[in-house]
Design a protein around this ligand. Structure first.
Ligand code: LLP
Length: 415
């Protein structure tokens, strides 16, 4: 990427240490904890950097990483489309102002209500929307509903990558049409639909080391595109990783873009990518307050008010998130375990990590919380979901209210 582009789109990575401690402390005081703080200017910078790295490609933001309306509007303003994994995400994208032609709906074993909703919106206000189908059944079910619009076929490229087996999609039988059957299905689909593309996704959290797998996937997609011909785009998925460890270098986006173009080869179709994490990960932190401190065999256990229900990634994937004690200037470091309020051993943000000696009421910031953070929050142990504030040039505002206890039984009626 040129130096001008880097300047226009901000630094490649924003570390947890770059957030101003005093600002975060003010927000925690005003809005209480646990609290997600999302910086929309950083979302836009990340989106703009992607556009600059892939200037001639379609870039769709994988909405599932963060579906907040303010984030979706910021992403759209930066010129990205929306990749949606459900009818709910399509509805959110439309509400945020995306037009049908900017939306790609990736249907994975879609429940009937999802197809009903999407086809209804396609007829109504989302004309031009593209459906990515990963099975012949999905095409049949769309045809049954009278859909004859834009279709892309999701291919299982037989190669995957990702930060964890649970998010490595590429080679898994769950996803897409087997590579060697894709051309036939595509030819059949042309009878009833406007077939515009082919699609594959290797997995999520691809690092520099996974670049070979990414290249292989792209090369296979290039071969398929040349084989079938007459396509508008070749979508090679998302998955660009971000450095969760503070000393990890950022992904060289320019190098990924070059490798992608080179591996694709000469095709008469546009390249398309659909990153989620890259756009939002370092645009948010999670603030949580220490409520309990105890000694346990040389380790300090800091009990905090956020847990696996607030940020699931450490419990689900063993994911590393940087943690900073915003109140501990000058205190010595020692092994600290940060644990949430849920009655499960998995409910830990870190174990025996060198951190400043914790005290009750300390405010902690958890880094890189923007992607799959709020989105995977849930109410297990009857813990209401946290609040989220967003920040932009106009200041700070509440984007999602803290859920109240009454919400926990709201679906059960008055029994
Ligand atoms: N496209 C498709 C078809 C996908 O399934 C995904 C992610 C993406 C794009 C975007 O991938 P990204 O650029 O965000 O890596 N909850 C997990 C991640 C699951 C990703 C699922 N699919 C996590 O917290 O790591």
């Amino acid at each position: 990427m040129s130096e001008e582009a880097v300047e226009a789109t901000g630094p490649q990575v924003r570390r947890l240490g770059d957030w101003a401690a005093a600002d975060l402390a003010d927000l925690a005081a005003e809005y209480d904890t646990p609290l997600y703080v999302t910086d929309l200017e950083r979302v836009q910078a990340n989106a703009t950097r992607l556009r600059a790295a892939f200037p001639d490609a379609d870039v769709h933001y994988a909405v599932k990483a963060h579906t907040g309306q303010a984030v979706l509007r910021a992403v759209r303003a930066a010129g990205l489309g929306a990749e949606c994994a459900s009818a709910g995400e399509v509805v959110r994208a439309l509400k945020a102002g995306f037009e049908g032609r900017e939306i790609q709906y990736t249907a994975v074993n879609p429940p009937a209500t999802d197809l009903d909703t999407v086809v209804e919106r396609w007829r109504d206000d989302a004309a031009g929307l593209t459906v990515v189908a990963g099975a012949r059944d999905t095409l049949d079910r769309l045809r049954d509903r009278g859909f004859d619009g834009r279709i892309a076929i999701r291919v299982n490229p037989g190669v995957g990558a990702g930060h964890h087996a649970k998010v490595t999609t590429g080679g898994h039988a769950k996803f897409g049409v087997p590579y060697d059957r894709a051309a036939d299905l595509l030819a059949d689909a042309r009878d009833d639909f406007d077939v515009v593309g082919i699609h594959a996704h290797a997995g999520s959290g691809i690092s520099g080391e996974d670049l070979d797998a990414h290249r292989e996937l792209v090369a296979r997609m290039g071969d398929l595109a040349r084989d079938v011909g007459d396509l508008e785009f070749v979508d090679v998925g998302g998955g660009f990783g971000v450095p969760y460890h503070e000393d990890e270098p950022p992904l060289d986006l320019g190098a990924v873009a070059d490798a992608t173009r080179e591996a694709l080869g000469d095709v008469d179709a546009r390249l398309a990518v659909e990153p989620g994490r890259y756009v939002v990960a370092d645009a948010a932190v999670l603030l949580t307050r220490v409520n309990t401190v105890k000694e346990a065999e040389g380790v300090a256990v800091a009990g905090v008010d956020a847990g696996m229900t607030t940020l699931l990634r450490p419990a689900m994937y063993g994911a590393y998130h940087a943690i900073r004690n915003l109140d501990a200037d000058g205190r010595r470091e020692r092994p600290v375990t940060v644990a949430g309020p849920v009655c499960e051993t998995a409910d830990l943000f870190c174990e025996e990590r060198p951190l400043p000696d914790p005290r009750r009421d300390d405010l902690l910031a958890v880094g890189n919380a923007g992607a799959y953070g709020y989105e995977m929050a849930n109410t297990y142990n009857s813990r209401p979901r946290p609040a989220e504030v967003v920040r932009d040039a106009d200041g700070v505002r509440l984007a999602r209210e803290r859920e109240g206890l009454e919400a926990l039984t709201a679906l059960e009626g008055d029994e």
